[in-house]
Design a protein around this ligand. Structure first.
Ligand SMILES: [Zn+2]
Ligand SMILES: [Zn+2]
Length: 227
């Protein structure tokens, strides 16, 4: 699409910045950053998406932990260019990062079988007001458009949660309990979308709420996984 001439002309008047290193680039990533994407390759834990020595149904990190989603996958590790791309989404609201970089990467980690609706992890209204948009919704919309599955903002955050960074895994589960509600009934199998997965506590709680609201299953994806 678009001639090289037009692209060059557009670049002259509307120079883009690489989402990985902020240098001028003709696309969402410069050549160097595109080559340095921290791809999260198999073997992975089938349940939580963590790298494992070989494909396992559940790894030592998630065995015995209640996770309400069927499985989780991320195309990238949360480091380097992956971390920068999340930052560009979160603080820059760059829709083109979602459309040109994240959606094609996420489309590579989808589960087998039918998906009926794409739902983002919600942001609490007070955070939404401050930031102006929900980065998970940017991702979910871009992915939904790409794979031709309806987008629906089915979840809302009803309680502000503490910043998860300094909490333990058990503390995170406690922190998100009761933080989300579904907007009405949910039908079919849900693809739940967030930017980064760390312990899975937030996505698991969202999945629990969606199942309670009628979803037949929930599969979770995120742009990055903290490993
Ligand atoms: Zn770059
Ligand atoms: Zn695991």
């Amino acid at each position: 699409m678009g001639s090289p001439y037009l692209a060059a002309l557009l670049d002259l008047f509307f120079p883009q910045r690489c989402a990985g290193c902020r240098s001028r680039a003709s696309d969402v990533l410069c050549g160097g950053c595109a080559e340095n994407l921290p791809l999260l390759e198999p073997p992975l834990c089938a349940r939580c998406g963590m790298p494992a020595p070989f494909e396992v149904p559940a790894c030592s990190g998630c065995r015995g932990v209640d996770l309400w989603f069927e499985g989780f996958r991320a195309p990238l590790r949360y480091e380097g260019v992956g971390r920068e791309a999340v930052h560009a989404l979160k603080y820059g609201g760059h829709a083109r990062v979602a459309e040109r970089l994240a959606a094609p990467l996420l489309a590579r980690v989808l589960p087998e079988g039918r998906l009926d609706v794409v739902v983002p992890v919600p942001l609490h209204p007070s955070r939404l007001r401050r930031r102006g948009y929900n980065q998970a919704a940017l991702l979910a919309r871009a992915l939904a458009g790409r794979i031709g599955v309806p987008f629906s903002d089915k979840l809302k955050a009803v309680r502000r949660t503490r910043d998860q960074v300094e909490l333990t895994a058990a503390g995170r589960r406690e922190n998100v309990r009761g933080a989300f509600e579904a907007r009405g009934r949910v039908r079919g199998r849900v693809l739940l979308v967030d930017d980064v997965l760390t312990t899975g506590a937030t996505m698991s709680e969202c999945a629990r709420v969606l199942l309670e609201a009628g979803a037949s299953g929930v599969y979770a994806v995120g742009l990055c996984r903290a490993c």
